[in-house]
Design a binder for this molecule. Structure first.
Ligand code: APR
Length: 568
C-alpha cells in the first residue's frame, strides 16, 4: 500500500463507427492539433525526411477521431451502492433539485457532519467552571451567524470564528497567508470582506441542503455518491470554516488517518506566492457559488471503482493489439480533450497537496474545478486496484504556468453540455501512480504490473459508449517515473480496455516523436499487449543487470522487434 503525506502523497482498436485500420490515417475534418501531433492527414510531402517521418507516424489518429462520451443514461436512479443526496422522483419529474430526506448518521461508515447532535464539546461553565457538554453546532451557529449578519468582515473575524470552532488548535493553526492574501489583492479586485459573510451564511445552510447521511467511499468497496453542486458548495463552505469534526489530525491511530484532510486550515498559513494564487482560485469559486445569479444548478457523481482479482488481466498472455492513439506535445489534458475521460495524476489521498502547498497537475485540476475537493471528505486512500471517477465537476477558473510559475488567470465560462442527470460532460479519472524515490525501483515487473492494473482499473469501460482517454506523463513528475515506460504501460492498459488514447506530452517533443514512431511500428507489426509485456520483462531484467541501461525503452522495443523480424 502506498504511504503518502499531505503535499506529495504517494504515491484500442475500438470497434467504433468506421472499421478500424491501423495502417490507415484516420482523418478528421477539423480538430487537428498542432503540427507536432501525428498529422496523418494524408498530405503527400516531397521525398526525404518529411516522407520518412510521415510513414513513421502514419498510424496515429487525430484528436477529433477519438471517441467522446455519449452515454444514454435514462432516468436518474439510486441503488444500494449509489447514494443520491437529492430527491430522485422529483428530479426525474421536474429536474428540481431538492435534498433527499434522511437521518443523520454518527457512524464509522458515514461522514460525521458538523451539525450532528453527537458532535459535542466539553466546556467549563458557571462560577465553579463545571465541565458541560455542548452541541458543537450551537457554537458554530453562534459564531458563523455573527459573521453572516455583517455586511463586511475582516480576516481577524474569520480567524476568530475558526478558532472558536476549534479551540484546541489556537496555538497551532496559522492565518498569515490569509491575512497577506486579503491585504495584497488590489482594491478593485478585493471583494473578500463582503464575500466572507456570504460564505458563512452558505456554511450555516448545510442542514437545509444535506439531510441524508453521506456514505464514506471506503477502500475495497465500489460505490458512488451523486449530489448537487449547491450541496457541494455548502460542504466546501464548512470546510473553509474548518467545521468538520474529527478531521484535523492524521496521526496513524486517528479515526480518519486513511482519508485526506478536508478542513482548509493549512491553506491559511505559510504565506507564499503559491498560496496567493491558490486562494485566488478558491475565493473566486465561493464568489460564484454564493451569487444567486451564477450559482450552478447541476449534479456531480463521485464513483469509486475497485477492480476484483478476477478482473485483473493476465498481461503476459493478452492477445489485444494497440487501440487508437493521438499524440501531441502541445496543449494540456484539460484544455484539449472535452468529452474524453481526463486522467488526474492523483495521490492515493485524493487531491494531494491542494489544501497545502502542492501545485502540480492534480492540485491545479482541483483548484480549477474546486468541487473536486469535496471528494476528500468521503474518499478513503486508494488501494492499488482502485480509482475514482468524477462526472460533472465544473471548471470555474483558468490558469497559466505549473508549480512555482502557476498563476490564476481569472474566471472560466464552462460551456459543456449537461447529460440527462444534469451533470456537465466532464469526466475525470483519478489514478495514483507509484512514487519512486529512485528511478531504478520502477524496473521491476511487480511495480510494472501494479501500474498496469492501476491504469486498467481506471481505463476499463463498463459498456460500449465509454469515451476514449486523455492522459500524459502520469507518475513522471513528482513521482519520478520513466515517461517512456509509463507511456507504454498506459498504451497497454488502453488496448486491453479497448479504448483510444490521447497522449499529451506537455511540451516534450522528443517523447511525442518517439511515441508516434514506436506506435506506428507496433501497429504495423501487430504487436500484442502480451508481447509488449514480455519485452518489458526483458527490459527490466537488463535494467536490473546493467544498473542504468544505455538504451531507453522505445529503442529497446524497436531493436527487439526488428531483430526478431530479421530472424523470420
Ligand atoms: N496536461 C498534461 N500533462 C501535464 C499537465 C496537464 N495539465 N500538467 C502536468 N503535466 C505533465 C508534466 O510534464 C508533469 O511533470 O505531467 C507530469 C507529471 O505531473 P505530476 O503532477 O508531477 O504527476 P505525478 O508525477 O503523478 O505526481 C503525482 O503530485 O500533484 C501531486 O497529488 C499529486 O501526490 C500526487 C503527485
Amino acid at each position: 500500500m502506498a504511504e503518502g503525506n499531505e503535499d506529495y502523497p504517494q504515491g484500442s482498436s475500438r470497434e467504433g463507427d468506421e472499421p478500424y485500420r491501423a495502417d490507415k490515417c484516420l482523418v478528421s475534418s477539423s480538430q487537428a492539433i498542432s503540427s507536432s501531433s501525428c498529422t496523418g492527414d494524408g498530405r503527400s510531402t516531397p521525398g526525404g525526411e518529411g516522407e520518412q517521418r510521415e510513414q513513421d507516424t502514419a498510424s496515429c489518429s487525430l484528436l477529433g477521431n477519438l471517441k467522446q462520451c455519449h452515454k444514454k443514461l435514462g432516468q436518474l436512479t439510486f441503488s444500494r451502492t449509489h447514494t443520491v443526496l437529492i430527491n430522485v422522483p422529483i428530479f426525474n419529474a421536474s429536474k428540481q433539485l431538492l435534498p433527499e430526506e434522511g437521518r443523520n448518521m454518527w457512524h464509522s461508515s458515514f461522514v460525521k457532519m458538523p451539525f450532528s447532535p453527537a458532535s459535542v464539546v466539553t466546556i467549563k461553565t458557571g462560577l465553579k467552571k463545571q465541565p458541560t457538554q455542548v452541541c458543537r453546532w450551537e457554537i458554530i451557529i453562534k459564531n458563523l451567524d455573527s459573521l453572516a449578519s455583517k455586511k463586511e468582515i475582516g480576516v481577524e473575524d474569520v480567524e476568530k470564528v475558526i478558532i472558536k470552532c476549534n479551540p484546541q488548535y489556537k496555538d497551532e493553526w496559522m492565518f498569515d497567508a490569509l491575512y497577506s492574501f486579503v491585504k495584497c489583492i488590489p482594491k478593485e479586485e478585493n471583494y473578500f470582506h463582503t464575500l466572507f459573510p456570504k460564505m458563512a451564511a452558505l456554511a450555516l445552510s448545510l442542514p437545509l441542503h444535506v439531510k441524508k447521511a453521506i456514505p464514506l467511499l471506503q477502500t475495497g468497496h465500489s460505490a458512488a455518491i451523486t449530489l448537487s453542486q449547491v450541496q457541494i458548495s455548502c460542504l466546501l463552505a464548512n470546510a473553509f470554516f474548518c467545521t468538520f469534526p474529527h478531521r484535523n489530525t492524521s496521526r496513524p491511530n486517528a479515526e480518519y488517518h486513511n482519508y485526506p484532510t478536508i478542513n482548509f486550515n493549512r491553506l491559511f498559513g505559510n504565506w507564499s506566492e503559491r498560496k496567493k494564487e491558490k486562494l485566488r482560485a478558491i475565493m473566486h469559486y465561493f464568489n460564484v457559488v454564493t451569487d444567486e445569479n451564477t450559482k450552478p444548478q447541476g449534479l456531480v457523481t463521485f464513483e469509486r471503482r475497485c477492480l476484483r482479482e478476477s478482473e485483473l488481466p493476465s498481461w503476459r498472455s493478452c492477445e489485444e493489439t494497440l487501440s487508437r492513439l493521438h499524440v501531441t506535445s502541445k496543449g494540456s489534458i484539460e484544455a484539449n480533450s472535452a468529452g474524453l475521460l481526463q486522467v488526474d495524476f492523483a495521490s492515493c489521498l485524493i487531491g494531494g497537496g491542494v489544501l497545502g502547498s502542492g501545485l502540480v497537475q492534480e492540485e491545479i485540476l482541483f483548484l480549477m474545478n474546486p468541487e473536486l475537493i469535496v471528494s476528500r471528505l468521503f474518499t478513503e486512500r486508494l488501494a492499488d486496484n482502485e480509482c475514482l471517477i468524477v462526472t460533472g465537476s465544473q471548471q470555474f477558473s483558468q490558469y497559466t504556468g505549473f508549480g512555482g510559475s502557476f498563476e490564476w488567470m481569472g474566471p472560466h465560462e464552462d460551456n459543456l453540455e449537461r447529460d440527462e442527470w444534469g451533470r456537465l460532460q466532464r469526466h475525470i479519472l483519478a489514478i495514483d501512480a507509484l512514487h519512486f524515490k529512485h528511478t531504478k525501483e520502477q524496473y521491476s515487473m511487480l511495480k510494472v504490473t501494479r501500474e498496469l492494473n492501476k491504469a486498467f482499473c481506471g481505463f476499463k469501460g463498463y459498456g460500449d459508449d465509454e469515451p476514449d482517454i486523455a492522459t500524459g506523463k502520469w507518475g513522471c513528475g513528482v513521482y519520478n517515473g520513466d515517461p517512456q515506460l509509463k507511456a507504454v504501460i498506459q498504451l497497454m492498459a488502453a488496448a486491453k480496455a479497448r479504448r483510444g488514447l490521447a497522449f499529451f506530452t506537455f511540451d516534450d517533443e522528443e517523447l511525442a516523436n518517439g511515441l508516434q514512431q514506436i506506435y506506428h511500428l507496433l501497429v504495423k507489426e501487430g504487436i500484442t499487449v502480451g508481447k509488449l509485456y514480455r519485452l518489458l520483462e526483458d527490459y527490466c531484467a537488463v535494467q536490473q543487470a546493467l544498473g542504468v541501461s544505455h538504451e531507453n525503452l522505445l529503442d529497446f522495443i524497436r531493436d527487439n522487434i526488428r531483430c526478431s523480424r530479421s530472424q523470420l
